[in-house]
Design a protein around this ligand. Structure first.
Ligand code: SF4
Length: 253
């Protein structure tokens, strides 16, 4: 026990308030932090997520995440929202856009159950049916949570390695030797909006400004709060999905 206390001593010392003489209130010194904030600051290096400083990401509108070999599932309320946006009733929407459905194991009539179903969107020419000819989402304003939260899914943001694995080099970009850089494939997916080094995207390595270096484009930071909010939304959403086997073999995990 005594040994354990000794081990903890350095941490406890970090938590102690500073001696009052070092924080005396005069105009040249910042106000003393509340004690709880001091504790949080002291613990921060041990508790902060790896993406505390934010992550460089900016959607390039490449549409690749809509062409991955995978399923897009709609929760019941998303179906209602999207069908209304398109001006369809439930039956028309199903006929036009849905290729599979899972019905939760609850009692009630067929209609009640139908209203609780999760629906899987059809695909067209290797892409989600809602990807238009210009490579844009035709229901962007009401797109599913699955799409809205990408690439900040818990599985992708879990570790720095997972995040880096999701990054792909744009088709016109050049893979760096000795790195794990890769191009996008429908099978493995990946996101070219994720930036790993320095927050700059180099567009057109040879074609950008014709000097062989391309054009550097600053990529903004997505802050921790937004990352956490999206991760939580994705997790909460997927937790409700009614079929465990599908849940464990598809996008979220
Ligand atoms: S719903 Fe829109 S954002 Fe989602 S996969 Fe389809 S086209 Fe892409």
């Amino acid at each position: 026990m005594a040994q354990r206390s000794l081990l903890l001593l350095p941490f406890l010392l970090l938590l102690l308030p500073f001696p009052s003489h070092s924080l005396s209130n005069n105009n040249s010194q910042p106000p003393k932090k509340p004690f709880l904030r001091q504790i949080r600051s002291a613990l921060a290096p041990f508790t902060l997520p790896w993406y505390e400083q934010g992550l460089h990401f900016s959607c390039t509108s490449c549409g690749k995440c809509c062409k991955v070999d995978g399923d897009v599932w709609l929760a019941p309320e998303e179906t209602v929202r999207i069908a209304r946006y398109l001006g369809y009733d439930a039956g028309e929407f199903r006929r036009e856009y849905v290729r599979a459905e899972v019905v939760p194991d609850v009692g009630g009539s067929g209609e009640d159950k139908e209203a609780l179903s999760w629906l899987c969107l059809k695909r067209r020419e290797g892409a989600c049916i809602f990807l238009d000819a210009l490579g844009k989402c035709s229901i962007y304003d009401v797109r599913p949570i699955q799409c809205e939260t990408y690439p900040f899914w818990p599985s992708i943001v879990a570790t720095r390695g997972d995040w880096e694995d999701e990054a792909v080099v744009p088709d016109e970009g050049v893979l760096r030797e000795g790195t794990s850089d890769r191009y996008w494939t429908a099978e493995l997916g990946g996101c070219e909006g994720i930036l790993l080094d320095g927050g700059q995207h180099v567009k057109g390595m040879d074609g950008g400004n014709n000097d062989g270096e391309g054009v550097k484009v600053e990529v903004p930071i997505v802050h921790r709060e937004e990352i956490v909010a999206k991760m939580k939304a994705a997790k909460k959403h997927w937790k409700r999905f009614p079929v465990e086997e599908i849940k464990h073999s598809t996008w979220y995990l």
